[in-house]
Design a protein around this ligand. Structure first.
Ligand SMILES: [Zn+2]
Length: 324
């Protein structure tokens, strides 16, 4: 029997056959479910993984950049400073007029500061970084091995064509938005990221979650299994183990699943790929779901996130202090 590549357990593990259903080739891949740490992992990483990322999986089109008027970008920056608890009278005033900036909860939870050096790992062409720049952040770097070449935007955002372990520098905040599950070498990657992060700062890792209703209920039809592109899917226990070995402390986890867990998995159970023309993601009007179905998915998703049983989560990993 195969041993788990995260915790080494070899007792009671199960193997599942999972079909490729994003494009719908239906090629089957074996996944191991660890009976101890709860990690789901592909048994052997396909040799030429890139053939499973054909055009359209992953957006590499460079977004168009409109220049912001200087005054507006000044006011947005001040508003951001006010939002993050830094002193700014102009920011307080602009917030009263224009309202608070819209951010996901992780921006405040990780105690970001407006001058922080931020690294986005697996950034694509940097769409998320460009959004953060528009909101007032200004030290923004991305890395992605699959972009064509390095990109330097006029507003200062830079994106390098690079693997994690080729990256150098020191960052106040590192984030991985649904990229960690695509990496064949999770522990060396996390160890390297630990070196890149400044002490007492946070690494945000967003990824699918196996301790979820969706995995328990849909099993091999769970849409976020995404065989063979997702190589390791974690539980809080398996991610905590990895974090520990890399020198991080996993302090918190918060589910942020969407209704994708329902409509995607329901479709797979009925043999409808994500890219099929009947797919809800392509055209809700032609899909198999009624508006009432979607409302029910929304209700269930909110309840599952409250119980931390949604099918994806934000993991907050902290670096304690410098290695001695
Ligand atoms: Zn394990």
């Amino acid at each position: 029997m195969h041993a788990c590549r995260i915790c080494s357990n070899a007792e009671g593990n199960r193997t599942h056959g999972v079909r490729e259903m994003y494009f719908g080739t239906r090629e089957e891949f074996k996944y191991l479910e660890c009976a101890d740490c709860g990690c789901l992992q592909i048994e052997s990483v396909p040799e030429n993984l890139s053939q499973y990322y054909p055009e359209g999986y992953y957006s590499l089109a460079k977004p168009e950049q409109k220049k912001q008027p200087r005054l507006l970008s000044f006011l947005r920056r001040q508003r951001l400073r006010h939002y993050l608890g830094e002193k700014s009278r102009a920011g307080r005033l602009f917030t009263k007029i224009a309202g608070e900036p819209h951010f996901r909860p992780w921006v405040k939870k990780t105690q970001l500061r407006s001058d922080d050096a931020i690294l986005d790992v697996g950034s694509g062409v940097g769409t998320r970084l460009l959004y953060l720049e528009k909101k007032g952040f200004r030290d923004l770097t991305g890395i992605d091995p699959f972009i064509e070449e390095d990109i330097r935007y006029d507003n200062g955002v830079r994106v390098f064509r690079r693997h994690v372990r080729e990256m150098e520098g020191r960052f106040d905040f590192i984030m991985l938005h649904h990229t960690f599950e695509h990496m064949p070498d999770p522990l060396p990657t996390l160890r390297h990221l630990h070196r890149l992060l400044k002490p007492e700062r946070c690494l945000l890792l967003r990824s699918p979650l196996t301790s979820s209703y969706a995995w328990e209920h849909y099993r091999t039809n769970w849409v976020q299994l995404d065989a063979p592109r997702h190589l390791f899917l974690h539980s809080p226990k398996s991610l905590g183990l990895l974090a520990d070995q890399a020198g991080f402390q996993l302090k918190e986890m918060a589910c942020d699943a969407t209704i994708f867990q329902f409509w995607g998995s329901e479709q797979y159970a009925l043999d409808i790929p994500l890219m099929d023309e009947r797919s809800y993601g392509r055209d809700p009007g032609r899909s198999i779901f009624s508006e009432a179905d979607i409302r029910e998915f929304e209700r269930k998703t909110a309840a599952l996130n409250d119980e931390n049983r949604g099918d994806q989560a934000c993991f907050y990993l902290y670096k304690a202090c410098e290695e001695t």
